[in-house]
Ligand binder design. Structure first.
Ligand code: GDP
Ligand code: GDP
Ligand code: MG
Length: 345
């Protein structure tokens, strides 16, 4: 299958029979299940928005992921060396030990000896440790427009990620509004404007320089509702997690958005190359901004992909998207299997 399937609520159109059947069917591994089955009551059809299947293009992250084990000899007597590599790659000591113990156990049980067999086992164990069932973006829950709030420290890739995401959504025929609520630097508005134009998204700009970001967020959601848009993505200024007033500003942005719409996702963008410092950021943002998912960028520039594991285990927050380059298509949904194969290949 070429892309990801989402079910989008579309106003005034009835869902095709296949969609309703698919929604009633038990889990299909090919689709991201993003909504409860709908009960269609005849008298409601006219007013309730229906769900339509929307296929969004699949993006692969494989080319961007660095192999960790290219210099290691894979044989049953040498498995302890894998531990060191996992630790250097930010998996953390405990996880590294657990993963290698499990690889040893499976290798022994299956009698695996060849490099190929052992790599297969390692990839499987890593994938198993990273797999979770809440990694899909929330593109179905509640009323349109869905609001995504994007937060993080400076330079991690928030604006770039928004450009990529907006482009991907417009390719799937979602109408996208972007709120330029990074009003702190004048250049920030121009930067997001360039991305919005490339992505075919509508940009809501601050009325004057330095306008309160919360008020820009408010106006963006208001404009999106008025235009019947599907998605609003709010860009925010980078802020350090230890600056109390700036973190408070995020809380205000949230509060103000929620006057008009529900927030589907609060995406925390983290730069994978910053390693353990990213974890400290994530802890602070998770609390104040109620982060629902992490976007891990710059995975193309680092061999520290194990931070995915630490984020998920220590914070309980799923990594939902990864950035693997500066181009508009250089991102993907985080896929544990694909990621693990990339690390091990
Ligand atoms: P912001 O300050 O968080 O909004 O970050 P920007 O979106 O302005 O990005 C900062 C820099 O990181 C830019 O030079 C981007 O091109 C670069 N960047 C963003 N995402 C990625 C990525 O996934 N891989 C690489 N290699 N660079 C990225
Ligand atoms: P410093 O030089 O380490 O104190 O910090 P910065 O250069 O990051 O910011 C200086 C001051 O500018 C902060 O104390 C904030 O009051 C303000 N500031 C920085 N970033 C932002 C932002 O994103 N939004 C707003 N509203 N103010 C900011
Ligand atoms: Mg930015």
């Amino acid at each position: 299958m070429a892309g990801f399937m989402f079910w989008k609520k579309k106003r005034g159109e009835e869902a095709p029979v296949e969609v309703r059947e698919a929604l009633d069917a038990p889990d299909s591994s090919e689709s991201l299940i993003v909504d409860e089955p709908i009960v269609v009551e005849p008298e409601l059809v006219a007013i309730e928005p229906e769900l339509v299947a929307v296929e969004l293009p699949k993006r692969s992250s494989r080319k961007g992921i660095r192999s960790l084990f290219s210099r290691v000899k894979f044989d049953p007597a040498n498995l302890d060396e894998l531990e060191d590599i996992l630790i250097q790659a930010d998996f953390g000591l405990d996880a590294a030990i657990e993963i290698v113990d499990e690889v040893k156990r499976q290798a022994k049980a299956s009698g695996a000896e060849s490099e190929q067999e052992l790599k297969g086992i390692l990839a499987g164990v890593i994938a198993g440790a990273l797999q979770r069932d809440d990694a899909a973006l929330n593109l179905s829950d509640g009323k349109l427009p869905y609001v995504f709030l994007v937060v993080g420290v400076n330079g991690v890739g928030k604006t770039t990620t928004i450009g990529k995401l907006a482009n991907w959504l417009t390719e799937g025929e979602w109408s996208v509004f972007i709120g330029a609520a990074d009003t702190f630097r004048a250049a920030a508005v121009d930067q997001i404007a360039t991305w919005a134009e490339r992505a075919g998204a509508q940009l809501i700009r601050p009325k004057q320089e330095g306008q309160d970001p919360a008020s820009v967020a408010f106006e963006s959601v208001e404009a999106a509702i008025k235009a019947d848009a599907d998605i609003v993505i709010i860009d925010t200024a980078g802020r350090l997690q230890n600056k109390i007033d700036l973190m408070g500003e995020l809380e205000k942005i949230r509060r103000v958005i929620e006057k008009q719409a529900q927030i589907s996702e609060v995406l925390l963008v983290l730069d994978a190359t910053t390693g353990q410092n990213g974890l400290a950021q994530a802890k602070a943002f998770a609390e104040v901004a109620k982060v629902t998912g992490v976007v891990l960028t710059k995975l193309d520039g680092t061999a520290k992909g194990g931070i995915v594991f630490s984020i998920q285990r220590e914070l309980g927050i799923p990594v939902k998207l990864v950035g693997v380059g500066e181009g508009i298509n250089d991102f993907a949904f985080f896929d544990a299997g694909e990621f693990a194969r990339g690390l091990v290949s």
